[in-house]
Design a protein around this ligand. Structure first.
Ligand code: PMP
Length: 381
């Protein structure tokens, strides 16, 4: 008989990765994953890669890349040294390492509801118990007894809602973490994709004491296939996270690290990022206008100031899984909102729509189809 670990019953399939398999079908219009636009990828120079990059490397990552990231972090207000920077095989790995470090069976974690579903998948696997964090009143969750040891948030262009904390909300959360000794884990993969002035200062930079992890990703601003991200953490956590990284994969792909470092040190870097933001701003606005034409009778939404998603609240209570099945039959994919919630929420139904991947023709066609399907959808009882 196959004897699996006691954790395995907590291992759930990732709804998003299952939908991503479907969207590979030719002709499918996808608003499902957070896929960057195919024309946003940088021109990578692969001709001069040094041979030493084919050798095993340091678990912490390439020293030059860590130093560059450290400078970038200092420029956004995070006080750190290169020794506090750890390169990750995608920022998804940071979630896994932190879960291993902080979560036992029944460990309470404070997090937003809804939140990033692949983080829920990891935390659940390690047996976490979820405590809802209201970003307007963080002290309510964090003052619970027994104390909450760990808090996971996406304060800038949140996935799935696209919302961004104000500076007051950031200060309050930092204050609550310091008062209660809660470790703050700030996940920040979307900060570079900003289309309107918006507070983005890392909450970790407000902390004057306690432990913290801030992480970023090169998936959205460079290329997700490189599988590269990074974390910066308080000094006390460095040895633990380094050993967990060693045990997980020895080190991240050195070719990817080399290519990303070249991009970060490219004199055209800022110009390229500005171009990317302009392209996505245009796409966001096109998407917003198409939404207005097609889905206004059926849903409400806010136009996000950054990131890659529109979060729609449907006006009638709808079975979004059944809607997805019908949409896929009509060649359109999206993310139902339910998997992003870990506990009961209000009686409304939600869907998340990505605006970066599809081109304008596909956006119009896909949203028209969704509008038609919603017009035929009966209310869930
Ligand atoms: N955190 C959040 C909030 C995300 O949305 C994502 C990807 N969509 C990740 C982490 C993981 O990103 P990656 O592993 O590609 O860096």
């Amino acid at each position: 008989m196959l004897q699996l670990s006691q954790r395995i019953p907590h291992l759930q399939a990732s709804p998003i990765r299952e939908i991503l398999a479907v969207i590979e079908r030719p002709g499918m219009i996808s608003f499902a994953g957070g896929l960057p636009s195919p024309d946003s990828f940088p021109q990578l120079r692969t001709d001069n890669i040094p041979e030493r990059m084919l050798q095993y490397g340091a678990s912490e990552g390439e020293p030059e890349l860590r130093a560059q990231i450290c400078r970038d972090m200092q420029s956004i207000g995070l006080d750190c040294t290169p020794g506090q920077v750890l390169i990750l095989s995608g920022s998804q790995q940071g979630i896994d390492l932190c879960a291993k470090l902080f979560v036992d069976h029944n460990t309470p974690i404070a997090l937003e509801n809804p939140t990033y579903l692949a983080a829920l998948q990891v935390f659940r696997f390690f047996g976490a118990r979820f405590v809802e964090l209201d970003p307007m009143l963080p002290e309510v969750a964090l003052s619970q007894k027994p104390p909450i040891p760990f808090c996971y948030v996406i304060p800038t262009f949140q996935n799935p809602t696209g919302r961004c904390y104000t500076s007051t909300m950031r200060e309050h959360l930092a204050e609550a973490c310091m008062q209660r000794g809660t470790v703050l884990f700030e996940d920040d993969p979307y900060r570079d994709l900003v289309y309107e002035p918006c507070e983005r200062r890392p909450i970790c930079s407000y902390l004057r004491s306690g432990n913290w992890i801030y992480q970023g990703s090169f998936s959205k601003s460079f290329a997700p296939g490189l599988r590269l991200g990074f974390l910066v953490c308080s000094e006390a956590l460095v040895p633990y996270l380094t050993r967990l990284k060693q045990a997980a994969d020895l080190h991240s792909n050195r070719l990817s690290q080399y290519l990303v470092l070249q991009q970060l040190q490219d004199p055209q870097r800022e110009q390229r990022m500005e171009q990317l933001r302009m392209n996505y701003l245009q796409k966001r606005d096109y998407f917003a206008a198409s939404l207005q034409q097609t889905l206004a009778p059926y849903a409400e939404w806010e136009v996000p100031a950054g990131g890659l998603f529109f979060w729609l609240k449907l006006k009638t209570n709808t079975d979004t899984q059944a809607l997805l099945a019908r949409a896929i039959d009509h060649g359109v994919a999206f993310m139902p909102g339910e998997p992003f919630f870990y506990s009961r929420h209000d009686e409304h139904s939600y869907i998340r729509l990505n605006f970066s991947h599809a081109n304008e023709t596909a956006i119009s066609a896909g949203l028209t189809t969704l509008g038609e399907l919603l017009s035929q959808t009966s209310t869930r009882t």
